[in-house]
Design a protein around this ligand. Structure first.
Ligand SMILES: C[S@@+](CC[C@H](N)C(=O)[O-])C[C@H]1O[C@@H](n2cnc3c(N)ncnc32)[C@H](O)[C@@H]1O
Length: 294
């Protein structure tokens, strides 16, 4: 059995890596290429040591036993990248503030439903950045039918979002004027998202590569820095599923190194930097006439 590196205290063969990669692909769509072996080993060897295991065979046995599901969750959590911060790729929030939200807020003020989705939200900073942007434009947003759904496959990161509490240092990422309207004074090294801003966001667990519970249509979907970890086929399926989930004239926003490709390009056209508009309605009026809020 060929080991990847001789000096490893827990041997990690090419077959072991392939087995981990196949599981990650099957469960969450993660595409682990061979050059990620050392990274994967580094993350998993730590876990094995913590569990007192000296071989990957023992670890795979653990994954296959009755409580394997719990450990599988730990494994997948170790393999995903959760890096995020408030107002990451700020230009997207500027586009929302200047071009997209004023129209949506008008809809909400006339009694219509507005739905946003932060898909692959990690610890929730992306969803709260959307909420803060809305709150600035519409101080009473919490009283309107505006909701932001924030989902991730990893329940560990979602806990931060539920809590709505972040280290004080992260305040630096929030524009000062938004800090004043949407966050509490830091206490004990943490600040909180102000309750009415927080109430705009609902967190939930959702795996993007498995069936989704039936949900209504969305006005805006942010799915940034998530599909980059999927292979092309999985990405193209996801773009198509998002296209179906968007209302006519709605917006899909992806990460800086992601692009919509494949069949979904028939429905989504470029509208800003890594931002796409679902293009099957000509004007906002047409959208309303076609029953946008049904
Ligand atoms: C790098 S973070 C991106 C966070 C945020 N969207 C941003 O751009 O700052 C990627 C997130 O995608 C999540 N993720 C990975 N695979 C997923 C899947 N199949 N379904 C849902 N979320 C997934 C990870 O758990 C992680 O929190």
């Amino acid at each position: 059995m060929a080991t990847v590196a001789r000096s490893l205290d827990i041997p990690f063969s090419a077959e072991d890596f392939d087995r981990v990669a196949a599981l990650a692909h099957d469960r969450i769509g993660l595409h682990l290429e061979a050059h990620k072996r050392d990274l994967v080993y580094g993350r998993l060897a730590k876990r094995l040591r913590k569990l007192g295991l000296s071989s990957f065979k023992a670890y795979f046995d653990l994954l296959a036993d009755a409580n394997g599901e719990v450990e599988e969750g730990e494994l997948l959590s170790l393999l995903t990248t959760n890096v995020t911060h408030f107002f990451r790729e700020q230009h997207h929030f500027e586009q929302m503030r200047d071009d997209i939200f004023p129209r949506l807020i008008k809809h909400a003020q006339s009694g219509q439903r507005v739905r946003l989705w932060s898909a692959g939200c990690s610890q929730g900073q992306e969803a709260y950045s959307l909420a803060l942007t809305i709150k600035e434009l519409c101080p009473n947003a919490a009283q309107l039918d505006i909701r932001i759904l924030a989902t991730d496959v990893d329940p560990k990161v979602l806990k931060f979002g539920f809590r709505g509490q972040y280290p004080e240092a992260e305040l630096d990422g929030i524009p000062k004027r938004l800090r004043q309207i949407g966050t509490t004074k830091p206490k004990g090294g943490f600040f909180e998202i102000e309750p009415t801003t927080r109430s705009l966001v609902t967190f939930g667990e959702l795996n993007l590569v498995k069936p989704w519970p039936t949900r209504g249509s969305f006005d805006v979907i942010f799915c940034r820095n998530v599909a980059i970890y999927f292979d092309k086929q999985t990405q193209e399926k996801l773009w198509m599923r998002f296209a179906k989930q968007l209302r006519a004239g709605a917006q899909l926003v992806v990460g800086h190194s992601e692009r919509v490709t494949g069949p979904a390009t028939a429905f989504l056209s470029n509208d800003g930097v890594t931002s796409y508009r679902k293009s099957d309605a000509k004007t906002h009026d047409d959208i309303d006439k076609t029953g946008r809020n049904k």
